[in-house]
Write a protein that binds this ligand. Sequence first.
Ligand SMILES: Cc1cc2nc3c(=O)[nH]c(=O)nc-3n(C[C@H](O)[C@H](O)[C@H](O)COP(=O)(O)OP(=O)(O)OC[C@H]3O[C@@H](n4cnc5c(N)ncnc54)[C@H](O)[C@@H]3O)c2cc1C
Length: 409
Amino acid sequence: MKSIDLAVVGGGVSGLALAWKAACEGRKVVLFESDARVGGCLHSERTASGFWFEMGAHTTYNSYGAFLDLVVGGGLQDALLERGEARSKFGFLRDGNYRWLTPPRVLLQLNWLEAALYAPRAAFRAKGERSVAEHFGAFVGAGNFKRVLSPFLSAVPSQLADSFPAEGAGSLFKTRPRRKEFIRSFGFEGGLQRVCDAVAATPGITIERKAAVRAVGKHAEGFSIELESGRSFVSRLCAMAAPLQVAGRVLRADFPQLADALAAIKAVAVDSVGVVLPREQAWLPACAFLVPVDDSFFSCVTRDAFPDEKFRAFTFHFRPGLTREARLARVCEILRVEQSAFLHLAEKQITLPAPTVGHAGRVAAIDRALAGTSLAVTGNYFDGLAIEDCVLRSFSEWQRISGALIAPA
Ligand SMILES: Cc1cc2nc3c(=O)[nH]c(=O)nc-3n(C[C@H](O)[C@H](O)[C@H](O)COP(=O)(O)OP(=O)(O)OC[C@H]3O[C@@H](n4cnc5c(N)ncnc54)[C@H](O)[C@@H]3O)c2cc1C
């Protein structure tokens, strides 16, 4: 058994952010990642020709102040890539008809008579303990909400967002200060994955790849970390940064109360399919994304905000439960090509949290179970799914547990 200062389970942006904070303070960190790649949902797929596109997260903003700390820490502050013209264009697919819109024109899709009936009554209602559907439905009418707003809001978290809390923990809407020295909305040449790769290379962080953790338990010296491979480690501190349902499973034996609190948050699976086409074979007008109404996918995100001379890429995020054949057939229908036209095909399944009204109480129960321990738990199921929410949770969890270590000499 090897003994270490801090063990981090999961190498997505949450785990990397916490590892980075600890390493910046001189700690020796070992991060266990089940995949061969770090980044988790920050997954920039790279083709043999050097073209890249995002399979997961695609947009970051200058309101992501803590994430920008990571960017600067990774030495990438000069590598920010401004999102081009296509960033504010998108397609709306309803009943087989495409409309190509800019954000103000979305409002023209509303039935204004219905909106006029509802809005005055809703104007003075606080969001309170209400869901997205209840809150926005009260403003524009249930019909308008279902026909127009629900598909757009669901495209953001790649799942039906109607039951998300309208505000507070778990909500999609946050106002954060902007760091105006950075571009407003940006990516990176090579994709967001680059930030994760750069942070993983920070001195003091050792990454164990293809190292799936099976169990984290209590140990006289802190925590025992058992890998699926049979290897085991002991660490003074431990940070759990694996996806929600994995975290519960790995912690259950020695932390049952915490595992129960984690199990109270729902999760949904998302199947993503990314394809690359020769530019001349892609018929869709340049746009950031396509949002369908009542379809088998929630959104199709393009790489058009970072245009390439030769290629275009489209990543479809599907509802769970479809066969692979059905997903690929729908991709071909939308793109109006045969599968033989794909220059590159990538597929993955992820599980995302699905917060509902009352989420803040569920987070509070997790925090109660953690109080007084040197175990950190971080991820996208606390304040929200956004990258910035993850990084902020990681920074505050590191601050909470780091006091248990004596300062390095
Ligand atoms: C399609 C999509 C689009 C998105 N778009 C945006 C966007 O544009 N902007 C934005 O701000 N946010 C976006 N998000 C949300 C954001 O990307 C995620 O919420 C965030 O990246 C999650 O990071 P994480 O580290 O908490 O979890 P994850 O990224 O899921 O990382 C968890 C890691 O743990 C690893 N792991 C799993 N099991 C084990 C185990 N047993 N042992 C060790 N490691 C394990 C996984 O392999 C993974 O690397 C998007 C998410 C998705 C899915």
